[in-house]
Design a protein around this ligand. Structure first.
Ligand SMILES: *[C@@H]1O[C@H](CO)[C@@H](O)[C@H](O)[C@H]1NC(C)=O
Ligand SMILES: *[C@@H]1O[C@H](CO)[C@@H](O)[C@H](O)[C@H]1NC(C)=O
Ligand SMILES: *[C@@H]1O[C@H](CO)[C@@H](O)[C@H](O)[C@H]1NC(C)=O
Ligand SMILES: *[C@@H]1O[C@H](CO)[C@@H](O)[C@H](O)[C@H]1NC(C)=O
Ligand SMILES: *[C@@H]1O[C@H](CO)[C@@H](O)[C@H](O)[C@H]1NC(C)=O
Ligand SMILES: *[C@@H]1O[C@H](CO)[C@@H](O)[C@H](O)[C@H]1NC(C)=O
Ligand SMILES: *[C@@H]1O[C@H](CO)[C@@H](O)[C@H](O)[C@H]1NC(C)=O
Ligand SMILES: *[C@@H]1O[C@H](CO)[C@@H](O)[C@H](O)[C@H]1NC(C)=O
Ligand SMILES: *[C@@H]1O[C@H](CO)[C@@H](O)[C@H](O)[C@H]1NC(C)=O
Ligand SMILES: *[C@@H]1O[C@H](CO)[C@@H](O)[C@H](O)[C@H]1NC(C)=O
Ligand SMILES: *[C@@H]1O[C@H](CO)[C@@H](O)[C@H](O)[C@H]1NC(C)=O
Ligand SMILES: *[C@@H]1O[C@H](CO)[C@@H](O)[C@H](O)[C@H]1NC(C)=O
Length: 377
């Protein structure tokens, strides 16, 4: 399907600058240096070589404009360099690519069919300025971001199919590191994610991966050291394997949160999580569901749906507060279980409408009992 070599034509809107070298089907971007924005040249390279081409990114690039690279078809991206996303919170709040779900927006929206990104390059999100601003301002945030203060996702594979990302370093994302958005058949291998705040302002919402409306996803052989979920399965995630991960300081491998938006159905189905090493974190395996809500326009609970056929297998936990944690409804006979991000009062009156079934855990010398008593191991 990617075999024949077809010459692509320069779209009129993109004049190639001397800093994009074209040789046959290969486009190489030369960094401008001195902190000048390489974004437009990178976009031009992705346009020119977008069909059956190869894009070479081997320098240190400054990214001061949003990257929406779409309509790629059978493209190899050799990324051995680095993208340094400028820490301009007002620019990105206005211009990062907005996706709607939890107000998420992104620095880089990578889209198309048959995309191979490889080479071990680095995406640096310069998160510190975002965490500092977040710690300092009183702007309410719903979910990952808000419309008045967007903290972009470092890399989004969106509206895409048949994508392989093999070898990538991700440093200090302002929020989620990876979002898989409305995509099918996406594989990540050899990804190294690290998040470190250099002051007392915490790095927030720095999930390793979030998966939304996507199917046939593989995440394998990756190392994550962050401050939120290692992997998070958001609404309508199906057929996923997560294998051989090391997760440090994380909040767990989490299904959800689900049921956030009233009137919306959220499904997570056919997920297998195997061989996960977790060190110094809050949770191991986690399921988060919002409570119900009487408010038909609620954005903090009231949705429905189900979680079905999920297996958590071979978890190796050291220094993890809650090996298994389910936030599903209010129950105080043993441990106090709570709906996720919902007051105990609302949770007791309006239990979660997200049903859990066929969920298996085989670790910590126990098998998961019925979700009702799942809190203990
Ligand atoms: C940040 O972005 C804004 C809006 O795009 C722009 O006006 C401003 O000059 C930028 N700041 C810096 C330091 O580049
Ligand atoms: C935080 O707010 C204080 C008071 O408004 C201000 O002096 C300081 O520069 C702010 N810091 C950041 C990182 O925005
Ligand atoms: C987006 O953020 C705004 C506040 O800026 C909030 O009112 C709204 O509920 C959020 N939307 C979603 C879908 O989370
Ligand atoms: C992604 O798909 C949605 C429809 O689900 C569409 O509205 C949006 O424009 C697409 N984005 C891009 C960059 O292709
Ligand atoms: C899934 O995507 C990978 C990477 O592009 C590709 O090699 C593989 O053939 C795809 N699988 C199917 C079933 O299309
Ligand atoms: C991952 O990256 C961090 C910092 O970027 C580094 O300290 C660590 O050694 C890397 N881990 C692996 C397994 O490559
Ligand atoms: C993980 O991050 C924490 C906090 O920044 C740091 O203390 C620790 O050394 C990191 N661990 C590894 C293995 O990178
Ligand atoms: C997940 O692994 C199972 C068992 O190895 C395999 O049958 C299935 O195809 C894999 N799923 C994906 C999405 O690759
Ligand atoms: C489990 O994952 C670790 C990496 O975290 C890897 O070193 C080890 O070989 C894996 N074990 C199996 C049985 O695949
Ligand atoms: C999830 O899929 C179901 C069934 O196709 C659909 O009704 C629902 O609207 C979807 N939810 C989201 C958040 O896309
Ligand atoms: C359960 O999910 C796994 C992982 O995706 C899949 O391989 C298996 O076929 C599913 N089982 C059923 C009964 O659908
Ligand atoms: C829900 O939102 C719709 C449209 O904004 C509005 O017409 C309706 O009154 C709202 N309902 C409630 C119960 O707030």
């Amino acid at each position: 399907m990617c075999a024949a070599n077809v010459v692509s034509f320069l779209p009129l809107a993109y004049a190639l600058s001397p800093d994009v070298k074209v040789s046959g089907d290969m486009c190489t971007v030369i960094p401008l240096g001195c902190g000048k924005d390489d974004g437009p040249n990178i976009l031009a390279a992705f346009q020119w070589c977008r069909t059956q081409g190869k894009i070479v990114l081997d320098g240190e690039y400054t990214i001061g404009s949003v990257l929406v690279t779409t309509e790629l078809k059978c493209v190899h991206v050799e990324f051995t360099g680095s993208f340094n996303f400028v820490p301009n919170t007002s620019y990105w709040t206005e211009n990062s690519y907005y996706m709607g779900y939890q107000n998420a927006s992104t620095f880089w929206f990578l889209s198309g069919d048959h995309i191979h990104l490889f080479g071990g390059g680095t995406l640096n999100g310069n998160g510190q300025v975002w965490w500092d601003a977040l710690a300092n301002n009183s702007i309410g945030v719903a979910g990952v971001s808000s419309t008045t203060f967007a903290r972009p996702v470092l890399l989004t594979v969106g509206n895409a199919s048949n994508v392989l990302i093999d070898g990538l370093r991700q440093v200090n994302s302002p929020s989620w590191n990876n979002l898989i958005y409305q995509s099918i058949n996406v594989t990540y291998t050899n990804i190294n994610i690290s998040v470190t705040s250099n002051n007392s302002n915490p790095a927030k919402n720095t999930d390793g991966w979030d998966i939304f409306r996507s199917s046939r996803i593989n995440i394998k052989d990756c190392v994550v050291n962050n401050t939120d979920d290692c992997v998070s399965f958001k609404p309508n995630t199906t057929y996923v394997n997560v294998t051989n991960l090391w997760c440090g300081s994380s909040h767990g491998i989490s299904i959800g949160s689900l049921g956030q938006y009233a009137g919306v159905t959220d499904i997570v189905e056919d997920v297998r999580i195997n061989n996960i090493t977790m060190v110094k974190g809050q949770n191991g395996a986690r399921i988060k569901t919002f409570g119900g809500s009487a408010d038909q326009n609620s954005t903090a609970g009231g949705g429905s749906g189900y979680v079905l056929n999920v297996t958590f297998q071979n978890f190796h936990l050291t220094d993890i507060d809650h090996p298994i944690l389910v936030d599903q409804y209010f129950l105080c006979t043993w441990h106090c279980l709570q709906c996720y991000s919902t007051s105990t009062d609302i949770c007791a009156k309006h239990p979660s409408q997200v049903k859990l079934s066929n969920i298996h855990c085989t670790f910590a010398s126990s098998t998961c009992p019925d979700p009702v008593t799942l809190h203990a191991t």
